[in-house]
Design a binder for this molecule. Structure first.
Ligand code: ZN
Length: 185
């Protein structure tokens, strides 16, 4: 069975892969069964910390298993930790809200594509340490923060990858956002 070279996956992740190579990846039949592990290796090589990456959430964010405590945390590539992955990471960011036409127009072009401030606000989420923009959402004012991604990691690793995690437990796949926000009251 054909295996994808790590170097090709590195190029894919960094966006430097050429058109022919990316086309070859798309056409592979069957797909390389090791591709997820190679991908994790490539991601791990790109960060300066050693907590094990379990899954990538977005350009900057990862779910990791913290070495010292065994917690599953959301971590920015800069090393900043955004807490237990079961709570919406947005609650641990710096948030800028654009809720006037003037503020919204600064980030929309053409103006006709911009959301109307009477109906929507634009929320931008930033890492408190490296200030990378981690996400954006456009929602009606007062709408709860959207929790975009709560993966069932135990099931993904055991049922889909065939390599169960060694710290499986029943309450990993639960939304704990309310527990975090309750601490603020
Ligand atoms: Zn960061």
């Amino acid at each position: 069975m054909e295996k994808v070279k790590k170097q090709i996956v590195e190029q894919l992740v960094s966006g430097t892969i050429n058109r022919d190579e990316s086309r070859n990846l798309l056409k592979m039949d069957p797909k390389d069964p090791e591709r997820f592990w190679t991908y994790l290796d490539v991601l791990q090589d790109r960060v300066s910390w050693t907590d094990k990456i379990l899954l990538r959430i977005s350009d900057h964010l990862y779910v990791v298993k913290k070495e010292e405590t065994g917690e599953r945390l959301v971590k920015c590539d800069c090393g900043h930790e955004l807490g237990d992955y079961r709570a919406n990471w947005k609650t641990a960011t710096n948030i800028r809200i654009r809720d006037t036409k003037e503020q919204i127009d600064k980030v929309y072009y053409p103006a006709t594509a911009a959301p109307e401030p009477e109906w929507n606000e634009v929320r931008e989420f930033f890492c408190p340490t490296c200030f990378a923009q981690l996400g954006v959402e456009v929602v009606p004012p007062g709408y709860p923060l959207i929790f975009e991604f709560l993966p069932d990691l135990d099931r993904y690793y055991s049922d889909f990858l065939g390599r169960p995690l060694d710290d499986e437990k029943d309450d990993w796949y639960e939304n704990h956002t309310d527990k975090r926000t309750a601490q603020w009251l």
